[in-house]
Design a protein around this ligand. Structure first.
Ligand code: SF4
Length: 432
């Protein structure tokens, strides 16, 4: 038996020209990442050091968590603290002490910076060092920025994991080779991948971030890591600084992306083509069959991506190659050519890529093209819907389990549903 899908290495599309825009943008800030990060690292707590606006964003984005004991909060640093930075630092220390007294289950505390000027003046890395000294070994205090000036919403995860990478225990040159899967995945998806790697015979596989801050994976020169998300530039750099090496691969969206991603790991660890086939064939065939009915619904529909989650390029590749959609424009907040090399090579020739945003100009292009479906942030979705254009909220694509074979059809469904809703609406209006 032979392995199925060669990873694209050959197309000239990796050199696609990119429209670069640096105007006004409509994207959530990196604080949003707390919503999925706190679910993953189950003994961590995220303390946003911010304003009332930050508190509102976090509370409304996390509304679903209302019945759970929250593992995030906002320390409001407002004008009252402008009297002196020393006061603000004392206030922050007081909030942290109170929190840790009340919540002895917290093992890792992230101080998350934001953009109000009062917060920018605070040195959160020094605060984290100071508080770590006070609370070690019970609690480790780290910091990163989720500020809207520095981050778009998925960059919050990147900043968090990059802050965590230096804390990983060191593996030595004589330790066995290991695979590290990097990027927050829902537990159910992580378990599926773990089973598949184990069925292939991969000796040691760990996930970063881990479910508990007490089980941080060791990392060293024999660690090879596989990115599960395309927005982890700083994290990848931080892991490389620890001696780990990235396995170049597309991202595990759709059947093709998942197969190539798994295959890249299998090749790195010299897993035989037979073992790979046996471990993946069943799930691959099920996913291919499940996608078939979505292909019938999505074939030739035109889609336009506004820049938002940095998932746009891998998703566009999946929609175009596996579901036959036409790509009107694929916008991304940042384009990391090296991490996206395989993905770019898989885009159809002539795909219009854009990086950054000038929202008014992009809206003009979108309206002129009148696509069937637009993927965008919440702020743009309502006005576009009012103009009769079907939209998909980019944030849902980050919150939902969408990686891997078992989720391939669910991912397609996320794009098919708004089109169906729009068709029904159009029919109802025509009949009334
Ligand atoms: Fe708004 Fe900045 Fe707070 Fe984000 S970090 S909610 S952009 S004030």
């Amino acid at each position: 038996m032979s392995a199925v899908i060669p990873i694209a290495r050959d197309s000239g599309c990796a050199d696609l020209p990119v429209l670069r825009e640096r105007g006004q943008r409509e994207v959530f800030c990196g604080l949003t990442g707390i919503i999925w990060l706190h679910r993953k690292i189950q003994d961590a707590f995220f303390l946003v050091v911010g304003s009332r606006t930050c508190a509102h964003l976090i509370q409304s984005a996390a509304g679903v968590m209302i019945f759970a004991e929250p593992r995030f909060a906002t320390a409001i640093i407002d004008e009252r603290d402008l009297a002196g930075i020393a006061d603000a630092n004392e206030e922050l220390d007081r909030v942290v002490r109170r929190l840790l007294e009340r919540r002895p289950d917290i093992r890792m505390l992230f101080l998350v910076g934001s953009c109000p000027s009062e917060v920018i003046k605070l040195d959160l890395s020094r605060a984290a060092e100071r508080l770590t000294r006070e609370f070690l070994p019970q609690v480790r205090v780290l910091n990163y920025s989720g500020s809207g000036i520095e981050t778009t919403f998925t960059q919050g995860e990147d900043a968090c994991l990059a802050a965590l990478a230096p804390q990983l225990p060191a593996a030595g040159a004589n330790d066995p080779a290991s695979l590290l899967v990097v990027g927050c995945l829902p537990d159910v998806v992580e378990d599926q991948f773990a089973r598949m790697f184990s069925a292939m015979g991969l000796p040691q596989v760990e996930f970063f971030p881990p479910r508990s801050s007490r089980s941080l994976p060791a990392i060293g020169p024999n660690t090879r890591f596989l990115l599960a998300q395309p927005f982890l530039t700083d994290t990848a750099r931080a892991l490389e600084l620890r001696g780990a090496r990235r396995i170049a691969a597309p991202f595990p969206f759709g059947v093709e992306g998942t197969t190539a991603w798994l295959q890249a790991a299998a090749e790195t660890f010299a897993i035989s083509a037979d073992a790979f086939e046996q471990a993946t064939l069943g799930a691959r065939e099920r996913a291919t069959r499940a996608l078939q009915r979505y292909r019938e619904r999505l074939q030739d529909k035109r889609i336009f991506f506004f820049p938002d989650s940095q998932l746009e390029i891998p998703l566009a590749r999946f929609l175009s190659r596996e579901l036959g959609m036409q790509l009107d424009e694929v916008g991304t907040p940042y384009l990391h050519r090296e991490h996206l090399r395989h993905e770019l090579a898989w885009l159809p020739p002539g795909t219009q890529l854009s990086e950054g945003q000038d929202v008014e100009k992009q809206l003009d292009r979108c309206r002129a093209l009148a696509p069937d479906l637009v993927v965008c942030g919440l702020g743009l979705a309502n006005p576009l819907e009012a103009e009769g254009i079907a939209t998909k909220w980019a944030i849902e694509l980050v919150f939902s389990p969408v990686h891997g074979y078992e989720q391939a059809a669910d991912l397609a469904e996320l794009f098919a549903r708004p089109l169906l809703r729009r068709e029904k609406l159009t029919r109802e209006v025509a009949c009334s």
